[in-house]
Write a protein that binds this ligand. Structure first.
Ligand SMILES: [Zn+2]
Length: 285
């Protein structure tokens, strides 16, 4: 039966992939944090990721101008009645066989900019909350409200420029101390991010394999890279050997293990196998 309860019970299942089997664990990493090739400087995507334009968008890269959104730029857009824009993001990169430098840089502004032919690891980072602080030249200590249990990291932007943690500012508890001097009042935008595997579950919930697991389709955030490309990185041999391993584990009902061989899409198959292995391993161990 497909129910929201079924989906909710499974919500965090991909956070509990057993570490006891290296092949399963590594398949999880290959799916959730894939290490992929930087194939070109610019994929020339014209689509980009849809973004509502407000002051929380500071730090994202506007596709049409290839510039990082700053307080001034956002003010200009809003004054022109522009309330949404396409932004550069790894999820909409159209490079064949990998990712482009520009989409990577825009998605992970805190990471060093890769060169073509480098390999990069794409973590599933999602925005938890963006805080906008009005920074003034006479004050350098500001209070934050976002619960630190909700995020794994943060990026801080001033005038569209990413500040360096520990040099330009520091955050201790709920206090942000600014070390750079500012000439006039402006916005300081703190983007709190969480490494989150739940969008993969949302994606699985829309497939037939998800229905078999009792999930109702959920609308989730886009995956960090296009599902078709991610699927192309998972070889048939690798998935076949995982399928054999799961069958041999003896913990999972045969109806579930045999179904995995019928799934054509490599990403659906990988996520399905990771889900059933984690469910039964965690239940019966
Ligand atoms: Zn791209």
């Amino acid at each position: 039966m497909r129910t929201y309860a079924g989906t909710l019970l499974l919500e965090d299942i991909f956070d509990y992939i057993p570490t006891t089997n290296a092949d399963i664990y590594n398949l999880g990493l290959a799916v959730f944090e894939p290490n992929i090739l930087v194939v070109e400087n610019n994929c020339h995507t014209t689509l980009g990721k849809f973004q509502t334009i407000d002051f929380e968008a500071e730090g994202l890269t506007e596709l049409s101008t290839e510039t990082v959104l700053s307080y001034n730029r956002i003010t200009t857009l809003l004054s022109q009645g522009i309330y949404s824009a396409a932004t550069r993001h790894s999820s909409t990169c159209i490079s064949k066989g990998g990712i482009c430098v520009r989409c990577y840089k825009a998605t992970y502004p805190d990471k060093s900019v890769p060169a073509v032919n480098d390999r990069v690891t794409l973590k599933p980072e999602y925005l938890v909350n963006a805080e906008i602080i009005r920074a003034t030249p006479t004050n350098n200590i500001y209070s934050l409200v976002t619960d630190s249990a909700q995020y794994d990291k943060y990026n801080v932007f001033l005038a569209g420029v990413l500040l360096v943690n520990g040099t330009d500012y520091s955050i201790t508890g709920n206090t942000l101390t600014l070390s750079v001097t500012i000439a006039s009042e402006t916005n300081l935008v703190i983007r709190f991010l969480r490494i989150d595997r739940r969008p993969f579950l949302s994606w699985l919930s829309t497939t037939y394999a998800g229905a078999l697991l009792g999930m109702k389709p959920l609308v989730g955030e886009q995956l960090p890279i296009r599902p078709l490309f991610l699927a192309s990185t998972l070889t048939e041999n690798r998935l076949q050997s995982i399928s054999e391993l799961i069958k041999a584990s003896g913990k999972i009902p045969i109806d579930y293990t045999e179904y995995s061989d019928l799934i054509k899409d490599p990403l659906e198959k990988a996520l399905y196998m990771l889900a059933i292995f984690s469910i039964y391993y965690n239940v019966t161990s």
